[in-house]
Each structure stands twice: as C-alpha cells, then as structure tokens.
Ligand binder design. Structure first.
Ligand SMILES: Nc1nc2c(c(=O)[nH]1)N[C@H]1C(S)=C(S)[C@@H](COP(=O)(O)O)O[C@H]1N2
Ligand SMILES: [Mo]
Length: 417
C-alpha cells in the first residue's frame, strides 16, 4: 500500500496505515472483537416517549470564553456549540449555539397565542397565526447561523472557543417573500424591520431585496419545532447574514422606506468610520475541526482523516484546500456532505502524520469565487500592521492555523504566532 495514498481497505487488511490506529481497532482487524459486557437497562417511560442520548455521549455547550453567561447584569448569554466533536454538517438542535440579549430568560410562548404581523408599506397588512403559516407552501433548507462574536482570539485554547458560535440546521417554514407578496409591498419600500417578542426586540433593518429573496420564517428546525433557545415558535432565517439579523420569537415585520436604527445598531455601533455597524454577508470561512486546538493525535504518528467545516454567506462552497506545512503547499480536500448554499459543508483530507511539529490550515472558495483570506491579508487590505492580536473588522472569516506539537497535542496558531 502506498503510505501517501491510504485507502479504506488498507485499514481492514492491516499494513502501514493500521499501525497508527488505536489498539482496539487493530484487534478487530485480527478478528478478535473486544469483549463487551451487555447490560440490559429498562427504558423509562420518558425515554420511550422522547429518546435521550447515551450516557456515554458527553458533548455539551459551554459559555463562550471571556463572556460569563449570563453576564453580571443577567443581560447577555453566549454559549458555544462543541464544534470540535461535530460530524457531518447538521448541528444537533440541543447543541446549537445560543446568543441572547435577554440573558437566559427564554420567552415562554404559547404557539396558539403567537401572531406574526406584517405591516408598514404594504397594501394589505396581515396578522398570521401559526396555523395560517403552516397552511402556506412550505420550504425546507439547510442554513448556518453565525454570531459576529465568532472570532479566534490568542487566549482561546479549543476550537469550540475559537469557532463554536456557528451552527447549521435544516430549517422548515414559509418564505418571507410568500408572505410579503400576500400583503402586497408598496413601491418605494426598500427596507424591513424584524422584531422579536422580548422587550429587547432583536430587531434589525434588513434590505427588502433580501426579504424578497431567500429569507425564511421558520417554525421547524431539524424535523421538530424550533427549540425555545432558537426562537420557538417562529424565527427569521436570513441566509448568510450575521446572526443578529435572524430574529428569534419573530412577531412583527414592518416594511419601510429607510434604514431604521434599532437596539441592534446600538449594540454594534463602531467608532471606526470604515466599518459598517452590522455585517450583512458573511465571507467564506472554514475551520479544521479535527485535529483542532484542545485535541490530541492520540494514536501517535500514522494515518488520520483531517476533517472540517466550510461555509459562506456568498453561496455554496466550491473548493476547500488544506495545508499541512503552514501554507507552503495546499491540497484539495474532498466534500463529505452536499454543498448547500449558505450552509456548513463537511470536508476531509486523508493524511499521514510523520510525528513532527507542523501547522495545519484550511481555506475555502465560494461560488462567487471569493477565497477565504489569512489574517495577514486582511490587515494588509486595511493597511494596518499585523499582530496575532489583530482584530478583524466586521465578521472574522480568516484562516485558522492549528499547530501540532511533536507529542500530538494541537494548539491555536494565533497564540504564539
Ligand atoms: N429575539 C431575538 N433574536 C435574536 C437574538 C436575541 O437576543 N433575541 N440574538 C441574535 C444574535 S446576536 C444571534 S448571533 C442569533 C443567535 O441565534 P441562536 O441563539 O439560535 O444561535 O440570534 C439573533 N436573534
Ligand atoms: Mo450575535
């Protein structure tokens, strides 16, 4: 077997690649499955009615580093998804990251009482019940949500902390354009303001052209009603835009003819006049989720599959390249999931680690042809000096370097760059 080109049959037959696999796998390759004690546990009534995961599965959300959740005023709440333990491209709903401006007080909304009002510059203002919405033509689409706070800082020690404020779900609902057409948008309308049911409205001004394009009023997430922390019973999905636009507990859309300042602008206003307050379209971004910071190549030198996620606000991911030598050379990764537009896409690259220190990078290209930049390139674009502390303006979609030490431990490349 060519060690540079491992193939899957090679593992089962033994040989060079298998030497790097865990002892258990080698055993089964020899036809001796490790003995497993079978414990029959009676399911509880609750488990039968609504399943639970195995007690051996321990992936959990955790507070975003440096952001106590809730904060001292009980106001903001940011928990990250364990992205380093992710497989495939769908984030389990229970592990979707959470960003809430109202602390951990999740609105407790009875869907029978919930209404969505569409008004402002429309011919026929309308108030929809949940039943009304479910009678309309439905669409199901896979999209990511990402918070502007999703940025790798030198102090971050795990990939959950550097990249865990993005998640990906299959959303089902009605296209906002279907509802807007029903209401009859008046000429001269150019913006819309979406509002949530909390007293802090979760409102943002969104270009009406986006509302008429692909925004989704979603009542379901991954085949079940949207979770309370994601906006039950109704959330706006604004594909590819910064998370703050994706109003949870959606109760009102006002069609207007100018940009309205909202609480969200207040929270995001920047002193730098070169920076827009909110980021509409998130640029192409990727991250290797294995091997990644906080993890270890536990089996020592040998075969591993480098695996990661790529996504873009600009559409579908067309290409992902991976470097295992700090950017000197790049190889095209393979896709492991469909490349939906504005959605996480899983990529992978077979790799044999020689046991030496090295640096892993991934960079993606989206359907617009935009290539994910390095932090140095972004600093250069803004004519600013680059340091590991360099803070990217707007959404940070820069290339993440992972440094692998000779003991197989993986570290954030921005920490000692
Ligand atoms: N009503 C409401 N909508 C909201 C928010 C909120 O606090 N209230 N937070 C926003 C922010 S900042 C982000 S990043 C996303 C996070 O969505 P999630 O909590 O489902 O991950 O929701 C947005 N929509
Ligand atoms: Mo956010």
């Amino acid at each position: 077997m060519n060690p540079k080109k491992p193939n899957r049959r090679g593992f089962l037959k033994g040989g060079a690649a298998v030497a790097g696999l865990a002892a258990g796998a080698v055993q089964s390759a020899k036809g001796q499955a490790p003995a497993v004690a079978t414990i029959n546990r009676k399911s509880t009534k609750e488990e039968i009615a609504y399943g639970d995961r195995s007690r051996f599965v321990t992936s959990l959300r955790e507070p975003a580093e440096g952001r106590p959740s809730p904060d001292a005023f009980g106001l903001t709440f940011h928990v990250v998804t364990p992205i380093g333990e992710s497989v495939g491209s769908i984030t389990p709903s229970a592990l979707h990251y959470v960003a809430a401006h109202r602390g951990f007080y999740v609105p407790d909304i009875d869907p029978k009482e919930h209404r969505l009002m569409i008004h402002g510059m429309v011919d026929r203002p309308f108030t929809f019940t949940m039943d009304d919405l479910k009678r309309m033509p439905s669409v199901t689409r896979v999209h990511f949500v990402e918070c502007i706070g999703n940025r790798s800082k030198p102090g971050h020690k795990t990939v959950a902390q550097t990249h865990g404020m993005t998640s990906n779900s299959e959303w089902t609902g009605v296209l906002l354009s279907t509802l807007l057409k029903e209401c009859g948008v008046q000429s001269g309308a150019s913006w819309m303001v979406a509002e949530g049911a909390e007293e802090i409205k979760g409102a943002s001004s969104i270009p009406l052209s986006k509302g008429m394009d692909d925004c989704l009023v979603a009542y379901a997430q991954n085949g079940e009603p949207v979770r309370p922390q994601q906006g039950f019973p109704l959330r706006l999905v604004v594909p590819g835009f910064e998370g703050i636009y994706q109003t949870k507990y959606l109760r009102r859309v006002k069609v207007v003819d100018r940009y309205y300042m909202t609480y969200n602008d207040y929270g995001h206003l920047q002193k730098d006049p070169k920076v827009v307050s909110l980021t509409e379209q998130i640029g192409p971004k990727s991250v290797i989720t294995f091997p990644a910071a906080g993890q270890k190549l536990a089996g020592g030198p040998g075969y591993y599959e480098i695996s990661g996620l790529a996504w873009s606000g600009g559409g579908a991911i067309k290409r992902v390249e991976v470097s295992t030598d700090g950017g000197k050379s790049w190889k095209d990764a393979e896709f492991r999931t469909p490349q939906y537009r504005m959605a996480h896409t899983r990529f992978a690259l077979p790799w044999t680690w020689d046991g030496k220190e090295c640096e892993l990078l991934s960079r993606c290209t989206d359907e617009l042809g935009t290539v994910q930049p390095s932090r140095e390139q972004i600093a250069k674009f803004w004519n600013e000096p680059f340091t590991p502390q360099y803070r990217v303006k707007g959404a940070d979609n820069s290339i993440q370097p992972w440094k692998i030490a000779s003991d197989g431990s993986v570290h954030n490349g921005f920490s000692n760059a």
